[in-house]
Design a protein around this ligand. Structure first.
Ligand SMILES: Nc1ncnc2c1ncn2[C@@H]1O[C@H](COP(=O)(O)OP(=O)(O)OP(=O)(O)O)[C@@H](O)[C@H]1O
Ligand SMILES: [Mg+2]
Length: 434
């Protein structure tokens, strides 16, 4: 817009300049013709011809003395003078005086004393006054006006600038969108990768630089996937291989004579077995073999509650009638039951509520238990992290439940946060994108 405005200004000033130059040439031409004509006719007849040729923008008057006594020395007057002297043979032209005034600032009349005045039409851009001596010592005095050229801010200019502006805006919006859409996808992909390394890789498109960035991104994702898969496999292999020695130890423990000692050993081995089972579970979650399918997620939660009901653990629940959702249902079931089971384990009660939002499904699981200290709300998601580190028998868990739930929810692009309730209790807030 700015450059368009500047070029319009340059163009407009050029146009004014050329128009004025042409007008001055035209005046000089007319002065030459009139003086040549008047020189041809006897002095007595000249007055009549002069009055007939005179008009508002080209005043002519004949006098015995010149109405101008000096010439301006600007480039413009010199140009006219040169033109006039070229038109006449040196011997046919007498003295010439030329003055050019700015139409606005100076008096636009041509006069000597009170005898005669030459007035031209009002508000011109410039007034050119020329006096030429004719034969017989008579003076031809001419005042002519150069009209103001149309202003730069004409309707057409405004229209042209507005149209240009509009086109530029439309084009810019289009180009910027085209450039940023793949970038936005890129940002989404980067965010998704943080939650789920197995997310599908990005399609390579857009400008060359973006294509290269996308390829690099996909390569990085591939490497990350392989890295995580390797570690998961290793974890699974170790956990699996530990089972055989544990079984052997269990057999041997059975032969311990002392009753108390035997019970303790077997309990420790049970705990170890539990931890290994959970670790295997986590490993399986991360390698995710289960396919995605659409299920009624409301019914899925209801089935978890029914199972708990059988064990006498009644969950207060508020679930929609039917809510279809595409997910890995077995994993999803595990994610929710871990959290609900925690509520029963640590608080003794559980409230479940599921609501359907425009872009997400929200699940809130609350209890009236002791809650978790504010500083530990994040840490409890770490594998093997327990608030009560003794791993005692009543609540005896391995500390993997929340880790597993979180990794399942993240793998679905969702989010889980814990917060304490007032006066007491814990709330788990889960959102799953639709
Ligand atoms: N509803 C809750 N109220 C109070 N503390 C909780 C609650 N849920 C979890 N916690 C605390 O967070 C810790 C981690 O929970 P997580 O489910 O990961 O492990 P766990 O229950 O100890 O073992 P696992 O679930 O593997 O059997 C728990 O040990 C417990 O201290
Ligand atoms: Mg748990």
């Amino acid at each position: 817009m700015f450059s368009h405005l500047i070029s319009m200004l340059i163009y407009s000033s050029d146009r004014t300049h050329i128009l004025n130059q042409m007008s001055r040439h035209h005046i000089a031409q007319r002065v030459a013709s009139v003086s040549r004509l008047l020189n041809k006719i006897p002095a007595a007849d000249r007055a009549f011809i002069a009055t007939s040729l005179s008009e508002p923008s080209f005043r002519i008057i004949l006098t015995t003395a010149s109405m101008l006594t000096y010439s301006d020395t600007t480039a413009q007057t010199l140009e006219i003078k040169r033109f006039l002297t070229e038109k006449f043979k040196p011997d046919t032209i007498g003295p010439v005086f030329i003055q050019i005034n700015n139409g606005r600032t100076t008096n636009d009349t041509l006069h000597t004393g009170a005898a005669a005045t030459l007035k031209v039409e009002s508000s011109p851009h410039q007034i050119v006054k020329i006096t030429v001596q004719l034969r017989d010592k008579q003076w031809l005095n001419i005042a002519s006006s150069i009209p103001e050229s149309p202003p730069f801010w004409s309707q057409r200019a405004i229209f042209s600038i507005s149209l240009m502006g509009l086109l530029i805006v439309i084009l810019t919006v289009w180009v910027v969108r085209r450039l940023t859409t793949p970038l936005r996808e890129f940002v989404h992909a980067a965010e998704r990768l943080g939650k789920d390394v197995h997310a599908p890789s990005l399609p390579v498109k857009g400008v060359v630089e973006l294509q290269q960035a996308t390829q690099a991104f996909n390569k990085m994702q591939g490497r990350l996937q392989r890295f995580i898969d390797n570690r998961t496999h290793m974890l699974a292999a170790i956990s699996h291989d530990l089972r055989t020695p544990i079984t052997l130890l269990r057999l041997r423990s059975e032969f311990i004579e002392e009753e108390e000692e035997r019970k303790k050993s077997i309990a420790t081995l049970d705990e170890m077995e539990n931890m290994i089972a959970s670790t295997l579970q986590l490993a399986r979650e991360n390698s995710r073999t289960e396919p995605n399918k659409t299920v009624d997620i409301s019914a899925l939660l209801e089935s978890i509650c029914l199972d708990l009901d059988d064990r006498g653990l009644i969950t207060e629940r508020k679930l929609p009638d039917r809510l279809l959702y595409k997910c890995r249902s077995t994993s999803m079931k595990r994610a929710f039951s871990n959290i609900i089971e925690n509520a029963f384990k640590y608080a003794g009660n559980a409230r479940l509520q599921m609501t359907q939002k425009k872009t997400a499904i929200e699940v809130v699981i609350e209890d009236d238990g002791p809650g978790i200290p504010a500083t530990k709300l994040q840490e409890v998601f770490s594998p093997f992290y327990r608030l009560e580190p003794s791993r005692n028998q009543q609540t005896g868990g391995s500390g993997l439940g929340l880790s597993i739930s979180q990794s399942i929810i993240h793998a679905h692009g969702g989010e889980i946060t814990l917060s304490n309730l007032r006066p007491k209790g814990l709330r788990a807030h889960i959102t799953l994108p639709r």
